[in-house]
Design a protein around this ligand. Structure first.
Ligand code: ACO
Length: 331
C-alpha cells in the first residue's frame, strides 16, 4: 500500500468537514465531488452558487449532496466579522474592514475552521502561498506550546532502504525563510509529530542537517544548527534526534557510522530538518525531480489544519491534500 493509499484509508475512518474557499474553481469542484463520493471528507464549497454550478458544468461534475456556502449571504457572516474584529482589533483592524474581510471566501473559510464549523481548510489552486498563509497565521494561529508554523514534505522515494521503507519527512520547505535556532528546534519537533500522525512512523529519527557533521566544519551557521539540536532535546527529551550532520551522514549507514559514530540517528534518519528555507525548498525539488520521489506537502504547527496547494495542482493533488488535512484534523 502506498503512503497516499494509507492516508486515504485513514481519512475515510473519520469523515471530517473540509472547507474549500476556492469553491468556484473547476478542479476544486471536481475534487470535492470525488472526496464526497469516496467518503474521504465532507467538503464545503465556498462561493456564489451560480459560479460553483458553472464550474461543475464545465467538468461534468454532479453537485448532489455537496454543501455550498456563499459567504456574502451567509447568516454566520456577522458573527464571523465580530470574531475577526476581536482577533485583529489590537492590530488596528476596524469593524468595518473586518466585515469586508469576513465576506472574502479565504477569510470566511479560516473563520469557519476557527469557530469549529469546519475541521480543516484546503486552498491554493488560485491563491499564492502567502495569500493563504497570512490569514491562517492571523486567525487560526499556532497550537498550544508551538510558536512557529512550518511545513513538512512527505517524500516517497524509490529506494526502500532510505528512511522508513523509502519514506522521508523533510522540513521546512515552504514557510520560514530564516529560522532562528529556537524556531528550527520547534520545526524539528513538529516534523516528528507529522511523521507520526501522517506517515504512521512510530519512531521518528530526526536529523538536523548542515554542511558539517559533529564539528567537522566551523561556522556560525553550524553553531546555529547545533544550538537548535540542544533546544529540541529540551523541548522533546523523548525524541530520537541528533545534529548537526550532513545529508549523507544522516541517510547512509556507512557514512553515518564513519562521521558520527554512536549517533542514534546517523545513517538511519527518517525525518530531515533543513537549516533554512532555501536549502529545504531546493532539497525537496531535487529529491522530486532528479530522485523521482513522489511528494506531498502539509503545514504543521497550526491550531487546526489548513493546507496549501500549488497553483499548477491537478484534481488528484487536491483530493490528496483534502485527505491529508482530514487525517491531521482527526489526530
Ligand atoms: N508561524 C507563526 N506565526 C507567523 C509565522 C510563522 N511561520 N510567520 C509570520 N507569523 C505571524 C506574524 O507574527 C504575524 O502575526 P501578527 O499579525 O498577529 O503580529 C502574522 O503571522 C503575519 O505576519 P507578517 O510578518 O505580516 O507576514 P509575512 O508578510 O511575513 O508573511 C509568510 C508570512 C507568508 C509565511 C512569509 O514568511 C512567506 O511568504 N514565507 C514564504 C512562503 C513561500 O513563498 N514559500 C515558498 C513557495 S511554496 C513551494 O515551493 C511549495
Amino acid at each position: 500500500m502506498t503512503i497516499m493509499e494509507r492516508i486515504r484509508e485513514k481519512a475515510r475512518r473519520s469523515l471530517k468537514r473540509i472547507v474549500l474557499p476556492e469553491g468556484d474553481e473547476a478542479r476544486t469542484v471536481r475534487a470535492a465531488a470525488i472526496c464526497a463520493a469516496e467518503g474521504l471528507a465532507e467538503p464545503i464549497l465556498l462561493g456564489e452558487e451560480d459560479k460553483i454550478r458553472a464550474a461543475a458544468e464545465k467538468t461534468g461534475t454532479d453537485l448532489t449532496g455537496l454543501r455550498m456556502i456563499n459567504p456574502a449571504q451567509s447568516p454566520r457572516l456577522e458573527a464571523y466579522a465580530d470574531l475577526l474584529y476581536e482577533l485583529r482589533r489590537a492590530k488596528g483592524l476596524s469593524r468595518e474592514e473586518a466585515g469586508r474581510l469576513a465576506a472574502d471566501p479565504m477569510y470566511y473559510g479560516m473563520l469557519t475552521v476557527k469557530t469549529g464549523d469546519a475541521d480543516g481548510l484546503v486552498s491554493g489552486a488560485v491563491h499564492t502561498t502567502g495569500d493563504m498563509l497570512r490569514p491562517a497565521l492571523q486567525i487560526i494561529k499556532t497550537k498550544p506550546g508551538i510558536h512557529i508554523v512550518s511545513s513538512s514534505f512527505l517524500m516517497s522515494c524509490r529506494n526502500p532502504d532510505l528512511g522508513e521503507n523509502g519514506l522521508l519527512v523533510y522540513a521546512d520547505c515552504v514557510v520560514v525563510p530564516c529560522p532562528t535556532a529556537e524556531e528550527l528546534a520547534e520545526i524539528a519537533v513538529s516534523a516528528a509529530e507529522t511523521a507520526r500522525v501522517l506517515c504512521g512512523i512510530e519512531e521518528p529519527r530526526v536529523a538536523l542537517l548542515s554542511f558539517s557533521t559533529k564539528g567537522s566544519a566551523r561556522h556560525e551557521l553550524v553553531d546555529k544548527v547545533r544550538r537548535a539540536t540542544e533546544i529540541a532535546h529540551g523541548l522533546a527529551p523523548e525524541l530520537i534526534l541528533d545534529g548537526e550532520m550532513q545529508f549523507d551522514a544522516a541517510l547512509v549507514p556507512e557514512v553515518g557510522a564513519l562521521k558520527a559514530p554512536g549517533s542514534p540517528v546517523a545513517g538511519r534518519a527518517n525525518v530531515l530538518i533543513f537549516p533554512d528555507l532555501q536549502s529545504g525548498n531546493i532539497g525537496y525539488k531535487i529529491t522530486q525531480r532528479i530522485g523521482g520521489a513522489e511528494c506531498f506537502a502539509v503545514l504543521q504547527g497550526l491550531a487546526s489544519p489548513c493546507n496549501d496547494l500549488s497553483r499548477g495542482c491537478s484534481v488528484e493533488d487536491i483530493v490528496n491534500t483534502v485527505a491529508l488535512t482530514a487525517v491531521q484534523a482527526g489526530a
